[in-house]
Write a protein that binds this ligand. Structure first.
Ligand SMILES: [Mg+2]
Length: 380
C-alpha cells in the first residue's frame, strides 16, 4: 500500500459547556484530523489532540509538522499488504519538534489514519487485529472545574445515570470542600478519582490527600507537575491514596522511569499524548509486567475518531482499571461520525466491529468545523 494524498483538518468544535481544569480552560475542542488516501482509493482517518501543557504541541505546530515532516516520510513508504500494527508503526518515524517533549499527537493522528486505511483496504476491523476481551467497555465521568455547587450537581447527574467511576478536577483553593461535596453527591458506591493536572506542591498534595483519604479515593492523577520522578515517588510514600501519572508519562522512557522508581500505582495512557495505538499498547504492556495499573483514554474533547481508536485499545487489554473518553455529543456540539460514539447508561459502550476503526466519518462535517484545511499529495 502506498499513500497518495492526505488532508489535514484543524478542527474547532464548540463544547456544550466549557471544560475547565487547573491547566486550561477550553470552550471548544482543539483537535487535528488526518485523512489519508491510498493508491487504490481507500481512505483512513486519524486524530491527535495537541495540548501545550502535555506534549508541547499546538494545533498550528501539529499541522505544520504533519505537512513538512511526517507526511513526506510516510508518503515515501511502501506499507506491505500483510503489515501488522507493529509494522505500520515502525514505518511512522519518530520526529523532533522544537519545544515539545515529543510530537506525539502528530504521530498518533498519522499512525491511526494509516492503520484505518490499511484495514479498510482489506475490509477488516481493528478488532480483528486487536481482538476484544470484552463486549462492552465502561467509561468514567469527569467533573470539570467550576463552582462547587455545579460540581456537586454534575456528580448527582452521574450517579443518576449509573456511572461507576467518576473523576473530579482539583488543584484549587477549595479542593477539600470540593472533593467532600462530590463524594457526598456520589454516595459511597461510586469510585472517585482526583486529577490535579500538576497544580499542587508537595506539601499541598500531602495536606489535601490526608484530608480526603478517609472519603475513599481510588487514585490521584498527576498531583505534582511533570518533573523529577523521585518527587512523585516520595509523594507516593507519603500518602495512602494511589498515585497515577498523566502529564508525566508521554514516552515509553517516561513509563520506564516511573516504574523503576516505584513512583506510581497507575499510568494514564492516552493515545494522543503517547503517540498512537502501538505505543500506547507498549506502555500498557510495561505497566502490566510491573504490576502497575492502567487508565486508558484519549484526550477530553476528542471526536469519534480518537474515541473509536481508544475503544479498541480499551477492549483488547487484559486489564483496564479506568477508561476515559467517548463523551461524543455529551461534550461536543456535534461529532463527526454517522454512528454515535458516546457512552450510554452506566458509562457503557459496545465494542466497534465495522471496517477500520469501526465508524463512518462525515467528511463534509470536518470541512464545516475546520478552521484550516491542508491538502497534501505524494511527490513521486
Ligand atoms: Mg489528567
Amino acid at each position: 500500500m502506498r499513500l497518495v494524498a492526505a488532508t489535514v483538518y484543524a478542527l474547532r468544535i464548540p463544547f456544550v459547556e466549557s471544560f475547565r481544569h487547573s491547566a486550561s480552560d477550553r470552550r471548544w475542542s482543539d483537535s487535528v484530523v488526518v485523512r489519508v488516501r491510498d493508491d487504490a482509493g481507500h481512505e483512513g482517518y486519524g486524530e491527535g489532540t495537541p495540548r501545550p501543557y502535555v506534549t508541547g504541541e499546538t494545533v498550528e505546530t501539529m499541522v505544520d509538522h504533519i505537512a513538512h515532516e511526517l507526511w513526506p516520510r510516510v508518503a515515501a513508504c511502501e506499507f506491505p499488504e500483510g503489515a501488522g500494527l507493529a509494522d505500520i508503526s515502525a514505518l511512522v518515524p519518530d520526529t523532533r519538534l522544537a519545544g515539545a517533549i515529543a510530537p506525539h499527537a502528530t504521530r498518533a493522528a498519522v499512525e491511526i489514519a494509516i492503520v484505518d486505511c490499511h484495514l479498510r483496504r482489506t475490509a477488516r476491523s481493528l478488532g480483528a487485529v486487536l481482538p476484544p476481551r470484552r463486549a462492552r467497555v465502561t467509561y468514567s465521568g469527569v467533573i470539570t472545574a467550576g463552582p462547587i455547587e455545579r460540581a456537586a450537581r454534575h456528580a448527582r447527574q452521574m450517579r443518576a445515570v449509573g456511572l461507576a467511576h467518576v473523576k473530579v478536577k482539583v488543584g484549587f483553593d477549595d479542593d477539600v470542600a470540593r472533593i467532600t461535596a462530590v463524594r457526598e453527591a456520589l454516595g459511597p458506591g461510586v469510585s472517585l478519582r482526583l486529577d490535579a493536572n500538576g497544580a499542587w506542591t508537595f506539601e499541598r498534595a500531602v495536606d489535601v490527600l490526608d484530608a480526603v483519604a478517609p472519603l475513599g479515593i481510588a487514585a490521584v492523577e498527576q498531583p505534582l507537575p511533570r518533573g523529577p520522578v523521585s518527587e512523585l515517588a516520595r509523594l507516593r510514600q507519603a500518602t495512602t491514596v494511589p498515585v497515577m501519572a498523566d502529564e508525566s508519562v508521554v514516552t515509553l522512557g517516561d513509563a520506564d522511569a516511573l516504574i523503576a522508581e516505584k513512583a506510581v500505582d497507575f499510568l494514564n495512557v492516552r493515545l494522543s499524548k503517547c503517540g498512537g495505538i502501538t505505543r500506547s499498547l507498549a506502555i500498557a504492556a510495561r505497566a502490566f509486567d510491573a504490576g502497575v495499573g492502567v487508565q486508558i483514554g484519549s484526550q477530553v474533547g476528542e471526536t469519534a475518531i480518537l474515541s473509536a481508536a481508544g475503544r479498541h485499545v480499551i477492549a483488547t487489554l487484559r486489564e483496564v482499571a479506568f477508561a476515559e473518553g467517548s463523551f461524543g455529543t455529551l461534550l461536543l456540539a456535534e461529532d463527526v461520525s454517522v454512528e454515535s460514539i458516546r457512552f450510554g447508561h452506566r458509562g457503557e459502550a459496545s465494542v466497534l466491529t465495522g471496517p477500520g476503526l469501526g465508524i463512518r466519518v462525515i467528511e463534509e462535517r470536518l470541512r464545516q468545523r475546520a478552521v484550516a484545511v491542508r491538502e497534501l499529495t505524494a511527490e513521486r
